[in-house]
Design a protein around this ligand. Structure first.
Ligand SMILES: Cc1ncc(COP(=O)(O)O)c(C=O)c1O
Length: 417
């Protein structure tokens, strides 16, 4: 018989409960000290505190009721979207919405695109399809699975960059959307959105830019004078954009945004049904109930940092990433995969199995992020990782030394997210 945890007969005290929960964390990765290369993001103590305070100020409010019960939540949501539309060079008439994460933003954009497409040209004869590079986030497959669409992934070039011609070759009459990432998750490179825009125009297709991971960092990295390829509504063919506040916007989870160039397309984003006894049910998210705290935490964080704050963080972060890259490149046998544009860096080796280095690093408490094609160690870095730059590089160099000395061999590690 399986042993199930039972609901306690008698409730327990706050202190007792919290003490036990804190003890649960003993087995967790020490993310506060930069040991997790994914899942968590950090800027500085002030940003953390205001996000947390904003979130808990609206701990009980339900953003589902923003329209009728909580105009304050509605106001913050509208203002967050407006501030972001400005950042992404959106034209007048563009629309945006908050959601609970990158995956939800992407699924919503895929659904809006499918329904807009059906309205424009009738239902496709076959399943519709979405075309992009193999580096596309699996959230597109999730959306496609839910909506009975296919995803076609074109191999990247030898430089790991999106091969625009290979993407174009996958387009057919049933294609409804092409996608570029800004940047992609595996190698941190911004796809050539202008070239992709030309493809979208040639085939009259909806172009979605998945800026989930870099959308709230790239504009500020550009403002501090670093070269960032065009990726937003400034490229006329860009139809929709997804961008996550809870990643490099440094806002508390859950908070993401999705934008459409015009109201006609945005209309297909909405769910509107008057099918039950309680009347009209109109929502802009896939989920129903969602935390008011996600909206409030994002609003508070944007107000706290402002343009200057985000530029300061971008400056610190990119200086640290430069030092990190320099440390990897100075280590014999290692090289960076591709040419990262922001703070995602993957590195590998032609002389030994890099997963053996990852194994040794793991034994020293560094959770390894891994890429399988090509094999690499993957790091998505925020300021959480700045204080441990030297310890990380020291452990990495030591691990490389051990692997080189041990001679040939292969690790049993498998890449998984
Ligand atoms: C490029 C990209 N798109 C989408 C997502 C999905 O975001 P979420 O985990 O918030 O659903 C991620 C997550 O890392 C990402 O890197």
């Amino acid at each position: 018989m399986t042993e199930r945890t039972r609901l306690p007969q008698t409730g327990r005290g706050h202190d007792d409960i919290l003490a036990e929960m804190r003890s649960f964390k003993d087995g967790d990765i020490d993310w506060q000290h930069g040991r997790a290369p994914l899942y968590v993001f950090g800027a500085d103590a002030g940003t953390y505190e205001i996000g947390r305070a904003g979130f808990f100020e609206y701990f009980s409010e339900n953003a589902l009721g923003a329209g009728r019960a909580f105009p304050s939540v509605k106001r913050m949501e509208t203002e967050v979207v407006d501030m972001a539309l400005g950042l992404f060079n959106a034209p007048d008439g563009a629309r945006g919405f908050m959601s609970t994460g990158g995956t939800e933003s992407i699924i919503l954009a895929v659904q809006a695109c499918r329904d807009w497409n059906r309205a424009q040209r009738g239902a496709p004869r076959h399943r519709g399809n979405i075309v992009g590079a193999e580096t596309l986030h699996p959230a597109f497959n999730k959306g496609a699975k839910l909506m009975d669409l296919d995803v076609r992934r074109a191999p990247v070039g030898p430089d790991l960059r999106m091969d625009v011609a290979a993407v174009e070759a996958l387009i057919d009459d049933d294609t409804i959307m092409i996608v570029g990432s800004a940047p992609n998750f595996p190698y941190g490179m911004i796809d050539p959105i202008r070239e992709l825009g030309a493809v979208a125009e040639r085939h009259n297709l909806w172009l979605h830019v998945d800026a989930c991971v870099g959308g709230y960092l790239a504009p500020f990295v550009r403002m501090i004078g670093r070269a960032i390829p065009d990726f937003d509504f400034g490229v006329p063919a860009v139809t929709s954009i997804s961008a996550d506040l809870h990643k490099f916007g440094f806002c508390p989870k859950p908070a993401s945004t999705v934008f459409y160039r015009d109201a006609a397309r945005a209309e297909h984003h909405m769910f509107d049904a008057s099918v039950w006894p309680n009347g009209r049910f109109l929502t802009s998210t896939i989920v129903g109930t969602r935390p008011g705290g996600g909206v409030a935490g994002a609003w508070a964080t944007l107000q706290y940092l402002g343009v200057d704050g985000y530029k300061r963080i971008a400056t610190e972060l990119m200086a640290f990433v430069d030092a990190y890259i320099a440390g990897i490149e100075a280590t014999p046998g290692l090289h960076i995969h591709g040419a990262p544009d922001l703070s995602i860096v993957a590195y590998g080796s032609d002389s030994f199995d890099i997963f053996r280095v990852a194994e040794l690093m793991q034994a020293k408490g560094w959770l390894p992020g891994l890429t399988q094609k090509p094999k690499g160690i993957h790091r998505m870095m925020s300021l959480l990782h700045a204080p441990v730059l030297e310890p990380y590089l020291d452990d990495m160099r030591a691990a490389v030394g051990v692997v080189r000395q041990a001679g040939p061999g292969e690790s049993a590690l498998k890449a998984n997210y």
